[in-house]
Design a protein. Sequence first.
Length: 405
Amino acid sequence: MKMAKVWIPFLMIILAVTMIIGCSHMDKTGVEEVITNELNLLKNLDSDTVQKYVSYNELFPDVTDGTELSKEVEEVFSLFFKDFDYKILDINVDKDRKTASAKLKLFTIDTKALAKDFDISHLEDAILKAADSQNTEDESSDTLEERYLILNELLKNRQYDTVETSCTMELQNKDTDSEDWEIVRTHELENYLVGGLMTYLSDSDLLSPEETLAVYLNTLKTMNLDQMSNYLGVESLLNTSDAAKSSIAAALVEQVHNNFDFKITGSDIQSYKATVDAELTTFDSNAILEAYQAELEEYLASPDAVIDGSQKRYNKSLELLLKNIENNTATTSSEVSFTLVNDGVSWKLLDDGHTIGSGIFGTLTSTPVSGEGSDSSDSDSQEEEDGYDEESGDEGSYYEEDYEN
């Protein structure tokens, strides 16, 4: 009897502890089930669940776009979460407050690499859009659809490593009579679930000034004639739209495609402003002009120049310039300094087209053939008035007036 009295308190303590542990275990089980059910839906690419945590505007809050998005855009999150996984490390339950927290390890794609690729592609698109515009000062006005199409293209065509991140998930139970737990959805949790992509996309320093300049210069290599003419001001450089000078513009662009290269040599970053130095390699404009001037002077000293008349001499000068541009194989390198500013969104190149154009075209930034030539119907007497003295045979005035630099 005495033994029973001794054991009763001890057994009651064990029973109480067991009940507490059992309840605690039941609470943790309920929390774990909720987390597992929700995150498994992400793994199984449930678009409705994805949208509960990450809406389309969350990644790009600076874009307001009310238009309906295409199926390709809807595909982005499916591609993003196709290798998503997680592991629950620990769960803590506060029964009194009806709250719980869970420590998780998340497995997502390398979102820093993805965000960097996005910034590069987005900047390339903006540069090409400016090159397609008659006004290269226009700001890019891309849409939410366009940004997601870039992400879609990257996720489809590039492979990204899987990285691990840790996060804490908070849960609450508002119904005191229920064991149903609910995950507290916050911006921080959304960012965790997409591997920090929101943070990286909003980082104005994700691309350094040097990397930003490299995007500008690399994109230049991909431009066609019309784009490069707009972007670098080739048409304004030649100041005409006639066929002959358009051929010269095309030849200059071809020279850029064949010879242009660059190397970043240094940078100086002061807060939101940076100066980046680059060595630009391009066609040797001095070599082109020297060969052109030599052939032009030889032609002007010939009897043919006297016979041809003003318009033909002008056409001949264009012909010689085009030939020397097309036949050029000489290259030259020069140091050019570029200024970039950080506007809080990203680094941007100031006076981009003009600075690059001067670095590429060098002494050809002013065409050696500036006159439009005389009208082909001009009379011989008009030619005399324009400067040719038959008796003296002085041809210098033609060079000065028709081919003035």
